[in-house]
Design a protein around this ligand. Structure first.
Ligand code: AMP
Length: 286
């Protein structure tokens, strides 16, 4: 069945209120549209765990560092609504920018520490924009549970920290990264890759996986672990590395010695397209 479409804050509040009154728990899946199987995994988890599933489709202008990147994010709402129908989403909240930001935003949520490294270092203000819009969505939708992909592990950590620090009454549910058969993490940005770039792109996961294999083999020196990934990335001259880090999984701080759960995370450029990916390792997982 096609989901309901709410374009205003008042309308989505009414939908959610009605669902709550009928005793259903509410699951929230925030997205920026251009939906793919990674988003479907989030919707699927929400569907299994909640009586009422809300997907949001909103390209949030205040989280982009460059206007050109923002404008490259084109949404085909009809196509995304069909996608949501196939995932049995109950309602899609798709506001325009003027609905979410009727006047320029003066109030921001800044999550310090956890947003200092990785993407936070290279995209100043990005996580401030993300945390602010997610806080707004939490207040608008008042969900019991909200679903975020591990593909964006630092974003997930930022949201978890925000929810803990601000005592927000929502459970954050992490969902594992969905990958193509060749290892490439699904992303809306993948469709911007040329066929040649698409052929090369799985090198990112191969490199991260090799680094993880080195930890499994007993290496605890993060520098040596990173070398395993660099050997593979450097063999592809068209890949420009932005960062490669081993960070602790909750604080997202670079570590030198691997003793607890870590993420090995990278951002690369393939031409004008920026790709990020990460893998998880915990000493008890091998
Ligand atoms: P986006 O539309 O790119 O902002 O992503 C919306 C949500 O989908 C975020 O929580 C992402 O982490 C999640 N997501 C995006 N790609 C994937 C993927 N390949 N696997 C799992 N979750 C994903």
């Amino acid at each position: 069945m096609a989901p309901e479409l709410a374009k205003t804050i008042a309308a989505i509040r009414e939908h959610v209120e009605r669902a709550r009154k009928s005793g259903r728990s509410v699951g929230l899946v925030p997205t920026m549209g251009a939906l793919h199987a990674g988003h479907a995994a989030l919707m699927d988890c929400a569907r299994r765990e909640c009586g009422y599933v809300v997907a949001t489709i909103f390209v949030n202008p205040i989280q982009f560092n460059h206007a050109s990147d923002y404008h490259a994010y084109t949404i085909d709402l009809a196509c995304d609504l069909d996608f949501c129908a196939a995932q049995s989403v109950d309602v899609v909240f798709a506001p325009d920018a003027a609905e979410m930001y009727p006047v320029p935003q003066s109030t921001f949520v800044e999550v310090t520490g956890v947003s200092d490294h990785l993407c936070g270092k290279f995209r100043p203000g990005h996580f401030r924009g993300v945390a602010t819009v997610v806080a707004k969505l939490f207040h608008i939708v008042a969900a019991d549970r909200a679903y975020f992909g591990e593909k964006d592990a630092q974003q997930l950590a930022v949201i978890q920290r925000m929810v803990a620090d601000l005592n927000l009454p929502v459970a954050i549910i992490p969902v594992p990264t969905v990958r193509e058969a060749d290892g490439l993490a699904l992303s809306s940005r993948n469709r911007r890759l040329s066929p040649e770039q698409r052929r090369i792109a799985p090198v990112v996961f191969r490199a991260l996986d090799a680094a993880r294999a080195r930890i499994r083999a007993g290496t605890t020196d993060a520098g040596k672990v990173k070398d395993a990934a660099l050997e593979i990335l450097n063999a592809e001259p068209t890949v420009r590395l932005e960062y490669l880090e081993v960070v602790d999984d909750s604080g997202m701080q670079p570590v030198e010695e691997i003793r607890g759960p870590v993420r090995i995370a990278a951002a690369v450029w393939l031409g004008a397209t920026r790709l990020i990916d990460n893998v998880f390792f915990t000493p008890s997982s091998h």
